[in-house]
Ligand binder design. Sequence first.
Ligand code: ACO
Length: 342
Amino acid sequence: MNATGVRIAGVGHHVPKGVLTNADLERMLDTSDEWITTRTGMKERHIATVEEPTSEIALGAARQAIASAGIEAKDLNCIIVATVTPDYPFPATACILGAKLNVPGVPAFDIEIACSGFIYGLTVASSLVRTGVFKRVLLVGAEELSRIINYDDRSTAVLFGDGAGAVVLEASETDSFLSSELGADGTDPKNLYVEVGGTALPPICAADIEGKRNKVVMNGREVFRFAVTKMIEATNVALEHAGLTAKDVTWLIPHQANRRIIDAAAKHLDLPSDRVIVNIDRYGNTSAASIPIALSETVASGKLKDGDVVLFVGFGGGLSWGAVAWRWNGTVKASMNGKVGG
Ligand code: ACO
């Protein structure tokens, strides 16, 4: 195999048109705009209709990333979708996306590691390119958490939104991939999980649906503590592997789960807020889509410059976590500048 470098050649994102604001949530639940804003930083999130499965919003993001890379879908050698909200339990949503892109035959698979999906996907896709297995890989983080949220549970209902973000990775003479640090600990999966619908328990029945046991359950305080600790640890280890320190980071692009988690981690890393990308106010937590959406918006804003060090960091169900250090290649152009619903 020919070892080569990898670069991000294209970026894109797509969110459904429907918006759920804090004011809407105030009408649905015993909550307030003030509580949601101060405790999470969220103001609104996008919600897909039943006619828009995950593959459909993934398609919107994928088309943008493909256009941004200046290629056509037929130039892709592999499609990866990171999601916990697939179109079907199987087959993989990536296979359906490949069909929607009209490239049957291109290898396609999903990665299911919750909100860490993009970080894991970036590591896997980069490895496939750097070892010469594939020249171009489309990686999409696409989620419709709204389908698995219990809207009677105020502690989770306010947090999540739907959306998709995508990158095209391609072989390159220079190498953007600097390092990766991944981790997982399934000792207590119940801190963040959906209880029924898998094989651990008897097949899902009407009583499960009635009791909302097919929806997300989260131990918020425990996940908060874990998130801050692991974001700091993973960032430091990834930087150390790359021979860098936090001072070298031009942009921190973190998973958008809670503004307070991001602020606490950035403060500990001594990263000023103007180097931390936050869009949580407009999207909420879009799980595996949050980092590529934030990246796509950052490219569209023109902030990213050739040679910048970007540190992607995330965490989520598993529990799982990870960070990737990346040297930006400045030739990437945003496509459609993040038009919603485009
Ligand atoms: N509106 C008003 N009050 C609320 C709400 C709400 N939406 N939600 C909870 N409360 C109340 C609680 O009932 C509690 O009331 P009590 O003191 O009378 O019992 C009070 O607010 C404080 O509750 P806490 O859970 O301590 O609130 P906290 O400040 O920890 O914020 C939150 C809760 C936002 C969930 C926070 O813990 C958090 O962000 N945790 C991490 C979530 C996360 O990162 N998830 C990642 C998911 S990634 C994936 O893989 C899907």
